[in-house]
Each structure stands twice: as C-alpha cells, then as structure tokens.
Design a protein around this ligand. Structure first.
Ligand code: AVJ
Length: 301
C-alpha cells in the first residue's frame, strides 16, 4: 500500500487511488455529500429503488443469495430484504470490521436470512468462500461505484461478476448517466465545500499512512466534468511551490501542479447495456428517473 501510494505521488502525472479518500472522516464526509442538494446520485437512485422495489423483486424472484459489493453500513440492501426475501445475505467490503456491527444489527432484525460478511477487495478478484451459496446469486452494486473504474476495468469487473454466477445468477447495479456539464460540475464542487473537504481530507489520511507532511491549506480542490472522457475528474492543486516530505522520500510540486485523486465515469444507457452484453450477461431490465439522470439495471446471466 505504501509502495503503491509513493509510486503514484512520484509519477510524472501524480495520482492516488480513490480508495484512499475513505478513512473514518472521509467516510463521514462522503455521507454528508450524499445529503447535499447538488449531489443528485444518491437521492435519485433511492427514489428509483423506492418506486420500483416490488417490480424489481418480481423480476429477480425470491430466495436469492444477495451479494452486496461495497456494502458499507448495509442500509441499501437491507431496504430490499422485505420485498426480495433473500435466503442468504453476503455483504462484501474491504474492511470486515466496518461490516460487523451493521451485520449484527441486521441478524436481530432478519433472523431468517443467513448472513455471511466478507472482507475482500473485489476490484482485483472475486474469490468467494464456500460458505456462499452458489444458487441464485444476485450481485448488488449500487451507488454508481462502478464509475470509479475506467471502462476497461469496469468491463473486467462485470466479467468477473458474470463468472461468479451460475446459470440462475444476476446483477442489480446502479449507474450514473451522462448529463449536462453544469449539473455534473456542481455535484462534485458543491457550494458548501463538503466535496472539497472530502478531497482535501485525503492529504490528512496520507500524512497518517506515509508519515508525510502535507499541509491541507497549501492545496485546492479542483473537480470538473471532462466531456471527452465522459468522466468527472477530481484533483488537488498546489496553491504555491512546495515540497512534501514523507518517511523515505519527498517530491516538489510547482504552483498549479495537481494530484489526480478520483475519476467518476458517466455512461449512456446504450453504452452501459453494451458493456453488460460484452461481459456475458443476457436479458436486462432497466429502471430510471423521469429526468433520465440515473439508471438501475437487472441483468440476468
Ligand atoms: C462513491 C464513487 C459513487 O463518484 O459520485 C462523490 C464518490 N466523489 N463525490 C461518485 C464521490 C466525490 C462517488 N462514488
């Protein structure tokens, strides 16, 4: 992890993986982002799920093995339990610790659902232990988290999900769609500065991880929609010439030089359906909001 971070910081175009945005404070700041008027994805996706929950459950069928990728506090999946009635719930997250308290609470509430929490970085491999039923696997990947991957990486992940399904498996996924640039720009550069704090907090996290001396006040949040690449880019830009030192190394940053901290790809409906098909999925049903801002897909094997 240290090696990965340092290599990113020393690269000609410095970058860090978006996973480093989520230390304890970063996760709280992301929760705050989800409440912002400018940040439409969370609210729009929740409204789609609320409006079509029973239609989705009918398309999926009861008794699934619900595998929740990046489950976090498990809240999104738990809202589907009454309509979906899964046989087994498998929350997956990088940190099992984070899952444990959420899963303990859910066990009390839904004693009839078998729960198996898994700590795994599913972005690199989909190695599910034998305790996970093979029958009727439904992978659940909401929140447009798929947007953090490049289209090539996303296609690879979808292919691995497809590979972990038997003939009765499927995927329920939320994807943010391409829309007018001003709406996208505002969603990632809000008036209150919460997204700026979320981005800048990365530097505090790096100070802890690398024993580095980033001064948050020397950096500026930069986020914009890159229309050619169909992605939001988040960067941290040096406000002045400076040198950052960490245990075993250092780097000079000139004023205006940037660290690329996140991409958030946006898809067209057609483009995403094509990617599902290329990954080997068959019949797809989709649900969207009236403005066509966000898409939820159920893809069968
Ligand atoms: C958690 C990756 C879906 O890309 O919209 C929000 C992260 N970054 N504001 C997104 C994020 C800045 C979010 N995802």
């Amino acid at each position: 992890m240290r090696a990965e971070l340092v290599a990113g910081l020393l690269a000609p175009q410095p970058s860090t993986s978006p996973k480093f945005l989520y230390d304890a404070l970063g996760s709280k700041l992301f929760e705050a982002i989800c409440e912002l008027p400018e940040y439409y994805p969370t609210r729009t996706e929740a409204a789609i799920f609320d409006a079509h929950l029973y239609d989705m459950a009918r398309a999926i069928g009861r008794g699934s093995t619900l595998i929740d990728l990046g489950a976090g506090n498990c809240a999104k999946a738990a809202r589907m339990f009454p309509s979906l009635q899964p046989l087994q719930y498998v929350p997956v997250d990088i940190s099992v610790e984070f899952l444990r308290s959420a899963v303990d609470g859910l066990r009390q509430q839904f004693p009839q659902i078998r729960m198996t929490g898994i700590g795994m970085d599913f972005s690199t491999e989909m190695a599910l232990p034998p305790a996970v039923r093979r029958e009727k696997r439904l992978f659940f990947y909401p929140g447009s988290s798929i947007g953090n991957f490049t289209p090539d990486e996303a296609a690879g992940l979808l292919g691995r999900i497809r590979g972990a399904c038997e003939s009765d498996g499927g995927l329920l996924i939320g994807v943010d769609l391409v829309k007018d640039k001003p709406i996208l720009d505002a969603a990632y550069d809000d008036g209150l500065g919460v997204t700026a704090a979320f981005n800048l907090n990365l530097l505090r996290h790096l100070n802890g991880l690398l024993d580095a001396d980033f001064d948050v006040r020397d950096w500026r949040h930069v986020a914009f929609y890159n229309e050619d690449a169909s992605r939001i880019e988040m960067h941290l830009e040096a406000r002045r010439d400076l040198t950052v030192r960490w245990a075993g190394g250092e780097r000079r940053f000139g004023q205006g030089e940037r660290i690329h901290t996140e991409n958030s790809y946006k898809y067209t409906r057609q483009g995403f359906l094509q990617m599902l098909e290329r990954a080997g999925f068959g019949a797809v049903r989709t649900w969207s909001d009236a403005q066509g801002w966000f898409l939820v897909c159920h893809a069968r094997v």
